[in-house]
Write a protein that binds this ligand. Sequence first.
Ligand SMILES: Cc1cc2nc3c(=O)[nH]c(=O)nc-3n(C[C@H](O)[C@H](O)[C@H](O)COP(=O)(O)OP(=O)(O)OC[C@H]3O[C@@H](n4cnc5c(N)ncnc54)[C@H](O)[C@@H]3O)c2cc1C
Length: 301
Amino acid sequence: MTPGSKTVSETPFDDLAMAVSCHEPLSHHTWLGIGGTAAFFCEPVDVEALGRLVKRCHERGVPLRVIGGGSNILVPASGFPGMVVRLSAPAFSAIDVQRPAILAGAGAKLVHLVSAAVQAGLSGLETLVGVPGTVGGALVGNAEGHGGDIGGRVRVVRIMLPSGVVEERSGARLAFRSRWSNLDDGIVIGCRLELDEENPAQLTKRMQKEWIVERAEQPSGTRSVAMMFKDPLGTTAESLVAQAGARDLRVGEATVYAAHANYVVAHPGCSSDDVRGLVEAVRARVRERLGVELTPQIEMW
Ligand SMILES: Cc1cc2nc3c(=O)[nH]c(=O)nc-3n(C[C@H](O)[C@H](O)[C@H](O)COP(=O)(O)OP(=O)(O)OC[C@H]3O[C@@H](n4cnc5c(N)ncnc54)[C@H](O)[C@@H]3O)c2cc1C
């Protein structure tokens, strides 16, 4: 470079010395494998790098979102016009057993956390067996299984604010309700969960039972289905969809899952618009026939 010449900055992140990709297909990172691109995409190596990135987005007015396992997100074909961050680096996925507590990184897979707890003979998370996604996604949406949610076991959450500052929240500063938490104002980095000591063999048996019940009722493992609605108080979204006669609805290549009416199936060639259209069509049918307004579980970006 000649003295006095200026480096042309192509993105707001060029001087941060981290790998930021442009036009990243988010279909590579969503559970259903559909959706458009992110203008910018980054997988920071550690908390310090994440802090620099978050601060830069904040300063430059670049909208920022986090993607975990992408199992509860529907990205439109037009994509996301900002920065999408994924906490896939080892610095964010550690699981550290400190009985009867466990420290877990937000990027760890929920299934790894559940099995680490069960192997260590620590109970309280086994109801979450079969829930796809990451610890971060589970905390933000307060993931729940039969008879328990993750929020009931969380004692401390580390969260990065848009300024890049990391704070620890505990006690009254943490709120978890059905499929909801107050962790929507930053990037969750990790948490401390308090569990109960239990005989590992008994616990493993109990988890296997949970797994069988879960598998019988829910399509876990298949990448072509996603959950449509939150269960309203006192009933299930599944039963309302069935009662409203919405099981046979189809929009493009999206249909209602035959074995469980609260899931959408994305058939080959299915688009985000098809899925969104089906969720809206089912919701309208339930509203018309039963007068109940269902709340979507899957988050539309
Ligand atoms: C087959 C199937 C079965 C399911 N069964 C259940 C079930 O039994 N119980 C249940 O509760 N849910 C269930 N879900 C829904 C989904 O799996 C959960 O909501 C899950 O916890 C989402 O985690 P994720 O990492 O995939 O989050 P994502 O879908 O990636 O993200 C969800 C939201 O969390 C935010 N987020 C993710 N990570 C962070 C972070 N580190 N910091 C800040 N925000 C973050 C995202 O920005 C987004 O707003 C199911 C989904 C499928 C597809």
